[in-house]
Design a protein around this ligand. Structure first.
Ligand code: C2E
Ligand code: MG
Ligand code: MG
Length: 579
């Protein structure tokens, strides 16, 4: 430790700056001996007064000038010390990061570099202590609230989940803070692996982790999110070991939505935390708002009931005829899944297929549909309906099943039907998800002899160059464009384009959801002659299909008569049309 006695003495001299004191010492150090020498010489030559004054004057003048220059340079050389002092002071006062140079190697340079590095290090440590939780490495409550406020400002709807580790306090009491914190760290890592990209995981309290994400304000979307979260909690609740301690964590989960459950970051966090404390082991996820709770509850119940639907025979297939007005005949039907729920009545596939898709239920349900449809084709082939072609829908997830083609082959073989009686329907969106996979599976279906239709066409983003290379037989124009096509210019343009596209690709085109005669007439005049829709028949149970086909045929007959009438007498009158 260098001796500070002189510095100590000087520091007691008045309210002077360190720089001034150094200058004073330099000044005095130079001038006191000099004045003494000058006075001594002057005393020796006291007889020559004129010479005395001149000697003193010149000497003092020259020295003053030299000293001024020396003090100026000294003052500049003191800058590293002064800069370092300013930087440290600035950081202490308002955490400002002064720019101290790092590249000098002498003592003063090292002073600046070391001080600069120390300040940076301090800043990083303080920042971590202020915004990051040490045990989990996640953003802490302060950081979460900041991010949450920014997210709220940027998005219309935000979802915040609080996952409470209910065993935290008990664990801390029994094994100490270290183990409880280790458990939090483990859970944070585990939950992190289940949380989708784009979501922010944080630690909002001693025993609370949060998941922050954006959503929409539709109850359905919020219920779907709750659905996924419940799976996350289920997966995260598995047993884990910390040394000799084996833990089966109890996780309580609360979900709150902005703006419905809180207008600010704090309110939203409180709402989610409050919901979490209400959860119980049988219902580990609680939603803050009543509407969202009801929607999620209904979805959970539906999933629960759907597990029983297949073994208890509540699922059935209905069939909707497909007619070809060019050939004047019913060329096939589409199999549409129906769920007769014991309490809710008929549940639409639009409601339960997404639930089946989100769980493992789509697999057995899909297999059942395939096998049921093939059996139905066999039964009809022995009835008055004869050889009918039946279309079966595949969901996106079913389509990704690597055993799909063997499953289809097995269903065909088990029913003993000809493969060309079966047609597979896949939505345009599902077909475009993985081009290589789609091409592989479509080629396998084609080799098998099974037909392929692209469903709900026009609603996805099919790439034309890719479509050209894809082996499929039919394009089904989505109902959205067929509905009121006779009056809507935009729908007419889209249908015209899709009809031209099918013609160019050499495949069949079908208009879905035709409900009115005018729609049928318009599309027929544009070159689309295959239809499916309520105008001809609604989907009906298997034993009613023959009757539905008869009614559809009557409608076709009426069309034919009108055409003849038109050819002979021009446009039919109202009377004629009703006949
Ligand atoms: P999709 O394959 O496009 O089936 C056509 C839907 O339009 C059916 O609805 C049908 O009842 C309805 N529809 C037919 N004509 C008309 C009409 O003129 N007007 C109106 N408003 N609607 C008409 P559904 O039966 O509710 O099925 C909805 C969707 O559920 C289907 O759309 C299909 O994507 C899916 N789906 C149905 N059955 C199955 C199945 O067995 N497996 C899978 N994975 N999905 C299925
Ligand atoms: Mg379909
Ligand atoms: Mg469709």
């Amino acid at each position: 430790m260098p001796d500070l006695w002189l510095y100590d003495r000087m520091s007691r001299i008045g309210n002077l700056s360190y720089r001034f004191k150094i200058m004073l010492v330099a000044f005095v150090g130079i001038h006191v001996p000099l004045i003494a020498v000058v006075l001594y010489i002057a005393a020796l030559n006291a007889d020559h007064w004129g010479q005395f004054v001149e000697t003193v004057g010149v000497t003092l003048g020259a020295t003053l000038l030299g000293t001024a220059l020396t003090l100026f340079v000294l003052n500049k050389l003191l800058s590293p010390v002064l800069l370092t002092a300013q930087a440290l002071e600035g950081f202490r006062l308002d955490r400002s990061l002064g720019q101290l140079p790092r590249h000098y190697t002498d003592e003063a340079g090292r002073l600046m570099a070391c001080a600069g590095e120390t300040i940076d290090h301090l800043e990083a440590t303080l920042d971590r202590l202020e915004h990051v939780d040490e045990a989990t490495g996640l953003p802490n409550r302060k950081q979460l609230l900041m991010t949450l406020s920014e997210t709220i400002a940027d998005h219309a709807a935000v979802a915040l989940t609080v996952v409470r580790f209910a065993d935290y306090a008990r664990l801390k009491e029994a094994y100490g803070n270290g183990i409880a914190e280790q458990a939090m760290g483990f859970l944070a890592r585990r939950i992190g692996t289940f949380v989708a990209e784009g979501k922010i995981l944080a630690r909002a309290g001693r025993a609370e982790l949060t998941i922050l994400g954006t959503t929409t304000d539709e109850p359905e979307a919020q219920a779907a999110l709750a659905f996924r979260l419940r799976d996350v909690i289920k997966s995260a609740s598995g047993e884990f070991a910390l040394g000799a301690i084996v833990l089966q964590p109890t996780l309580q989960c609360g979900l709150a939505f902005y703006p419905a459950d809180g207008a600010s970051a704090e309110e939203l966090l409180d709402a989610a935390a409050a919901a979490a404390t209400q959860s119980v082991p049988t219902a580990p996820l609680v939603l803050h708002s009543a509407a969202a709770t009801r929607a999620a509850q209904s979805r959970f119940e539906l999933e629960h009931d759907l597990r029983r639907a297949l073994p208890e025979g509540q699922l059935d297939l209905h069939y909707q005829p497909i007619v070809d007005l060019a050939d004047q005949r019913v060329i096939g039907a589409e199999a549409l899944l129906r769920w007769r729920h014991p309490e809710r009545g008929m549940v639409s596939p639009g409601e339960f297929i997404p639930i089946a898709e989100a769980t493992d239920l789509i697999q057995p349900i899909g297999l059942w549909v395939l096998s049921r449809a093939c059996m139905q084709i066999r039964d009809w082939s022995q009835s008055e309906l004869g050889d009918i072609r039946l279309a079966v829908n595949l969901s996106a997830r079913q389509f990704l099943d690597k055993d799909l083609v063997p499953h289809v082959r097995d269903a065909i073989d088990a029913a003993g039907i000809s493969p060309d009686r079966l047609e597979i329907e896949l939505t345009e969106t599902a077909a475009m998800a993985d081009h290589a996979h789609t091409r592989r599976v479509f080629t396998a279906f084609r080799d098998l002899g099974v037909g392929i239709a692209l469903d709900d066409f026009g609603t996805g983003y099919a790439s034309m160059s890719y479509l050209r290379k894809l082996p499929f037989n039919k394009l089904k124009i989505d109902r959205e464009f067929v509905s009121n096509v006779d009056t809507l210019g935009e729908s007419q343009a889209i249908c015209d384009a899709l009809i031209a596209l099918s013609r160019g690709l050499g495949i069949n085109v079908l208009a879905e959801g035709a409900e009115r005669e005018e729609e049928v007439r318009h599309l027929l005049s544009r070159g689309c002659s295959t239809f499916q829709g309520y105008y001809f028949s609604r989907p009906v149970p298997a034993d009613e299909l023959a009757r539905a086909v008869g009614i559809a045929q009557l409608r076709m007959l009426r069309h034919q008569m009108e055409r003849v009438e038109r050819a002979q007498f021009g446009a039919p009158g109202r009377q004629g049309r009703r006949a």
